[in-house]
Design a binder for this molecule. Structure first.
Ligand code: ADP
Ligand code: MG
Length: 245
């Protein structure tokens, strides 16, 4: 039986007020099964980042609920939401967001330190090994390639063993070879460790590594594709763009 790792129910997110109100998510309902890899696609401004931020507890919906396992994120106090994000959610960004003065090892250990735990060296080393960077433990971000920096960011997101790993265009700043390495790593985490991953991407090839693609248009789910090939994703995107308004 498949279990949902995360579930959005009738989520609305508006920004601003009065005439200037923007509705980024319109009554959106969506589930992500545990141990699956989902890509979220859609035109710029379609609500992809807002969806990810609401699902990850980085932003709060205006209405509706977000369930992580049995926990409703929208009912949590700010303090408990912060703790949940730290303990149960991983997030990687397009721009890596590593701390420039810290080594790879120190960056990876950071979430544990923030949780008040003294990180075990083996734990940090194992996580760096998982992303293929055992030999970069003492390097600082500027001494590494973009692909290596993103893999450090993934290790940092994984060190707390999060229930869901979110990525907002995690390969968007990488060349195709480094991007492929990151995607292979993400795919392996799903296949080998049962990790749940939700990734926003613009790239049909990146999306083809996922089990499912969810298409957003104007803050609404506008279709899905299972076991996507890059060609099928391109065909689907072209159809959306050609659709009459
Ligand atoms: P995407 O990631 O698909 O490009 P976003 O989720 O960033 O889309 O944005 C969806 C819509 O919400 C856009 O119209 C955007 O301008 C608006 N929006 C997003 N964040 C904010 C914000 N903090 N303040 C005002 N409007 C926002
Ligand atoms: Mg975005």
């Amino acid at each position: 039986m498949t279990r949902d790792a995360i579930r959005l129910r009738r989520v609305v997110r508006t920004f601003g007020a009065g005439d200037a109100t923007v509705t980024a998510l319109h009554d959106l309902s969506l589930s992500f099964a545990a141990g699956t890899f989902t890509a979220v696609m859609g035109p710029s401004g379609s609500g992809k980042s807002t969806l990810l931020q609401c699902a990850a507890g980085l932003d709060r919906p205006t209405s509706g609920s977000v369930l992580l396992g049995d926990t409703d994120l929208t009912s949590l106090s700010e303090t408990r939401l912060t703790r949940l994000r730290r303990d149960r959610i991983g997030f990687v960004f397009q721009a890596f967001n590593l701390l420039p003065t810290l080594s790879a090892e120190q960056n990876v250990a950071l979430p544990l330190r923030l949780a008040g735990r003294r990180p075990a060296r083996a734990e940090v080393r194992d996580t760096l090994a998982r992303v293929g960077l055992s030999d970069r433990a003492h390097h600082r971000p500027h001494e590494m390639s973009g692909g290596q920096q993103q893999r450090v960011a993934i290790a940092r997101a994984l060190i707390t063993r999060p229930e869901v790993l979110f990525g907002d265009e995690p390969t968007g700043a990488l060349d195709s070879m480094a991007g492929r390495q990151v995607l292979r790593l993400l795919r392996g985490m799903v296949d080998d460790d049962g990790q749940t991953i939700v990734m926003v991407t613009h790239d049909p090839v990146a999306a083809s590594w996922a089990d499912r693609v969810v298409f957003l248009t104007d803050g609404r789910v506008d279709g899905e594709l299972d076991d996507p090939s890059a060609e099928a994703v391109v065909a689907r995107m072209t159809r959306l763009e050609d659709a009459p308004c």
